[in-house]
Structures are given as structure tokens and as C-alpha cells.
Design a protein around this ligand. Structure first.
Ligand SMILES: [Zn+2]
Length: 107
């Protein structure tokens, strides 16, 4: 999606320095994602891991590239739409059961 954005906005065939930096940021956030591979779609995620500025930028990119994704990657787009329907639990909720187990009884 960043590629589509960069081609249209910056006229580049591969992501420019600015867009590359944004991709690096997104990758870093993804690495720290508590959901791992089970990550929900960002629009539905209860964890707001992006800084405000990057979050707004990601929104702009997705709004711009979203409709074009259907033509370029129809299968990915369909899978993403299905993924949006999946229920999401907060990571603290997932951790909750383990925490109860670890907690020592009060003296
Ligand atoms: Zn760019």
C-alpha cells in the first residue's frame, strides 16, 4: 500500500526515503505487536501502538491505496475484509488468566 501511495504521491517506482522510513516504523511496531501473527486488522486493534503522527499517515495511505488494492491484490483484499470480521480480545484480557494463576495469595 505504501508502494501505491508513493507511486501516486511521490512519483517513485519503489518507496522513497520518506516512505521507506514509514515502512521501517511500521515493521518495528509489528515486531512488538503483542498479538504476533494473530494480529487483528489495525482499524479494529484495541492496542494503539502507533504514535499520533504515524497513525494519521497510515490512515491517509490506507484511504488512498485501499480501493486500488482490490485491483492489484484481489485475494489479499478479500482476506483482509474477512479478517476485519474476526472478534478481537484485548491483550490484557488474554494475559488475565495467566496473571490470576501467578498471583500469590494475600497474607
Ligand atoms: Zn514516497
Amino acid at each position: 500500500m505504501v508502494e501505491i501511495w508513493c507511486a501516486d504521491r511521490h512519483g517513485k517506482t519503489s518507496p522513497c526515503v520518506e516512505c521507506r522510513a514509514f515502512l521501517d516504523y511500521a515493521e518495528q511496531r509489528l515486531e512488538k505487536c503483542p498479538y504476533g501473527p494473530a494480529k487483528p486488522t489495525c482499524a479494529k486493534c484495541p492496542v494503539h501502538c502507533y504514535r499520533h503522527e504515524q497513525r494519521e499517515h497510515a490512515r491517509r495511505i490506507m484511504r488512498h491505496a485501499g480501493s486500488k488494492m482490490l485491483l492489484r491484490h484481489p485475494w489479499l483484499t478479500v482476506m483482509h475484509l474477512l479478517d476485519k470480521l474476526r472478534p478481537v480480545r484485548h491483550p490484557m484480557e488474554l494475559r488475565g488468566s495467566r496473571k490470576r494463576f501467578d498471583r500469590k495469595p494475600r497474607a
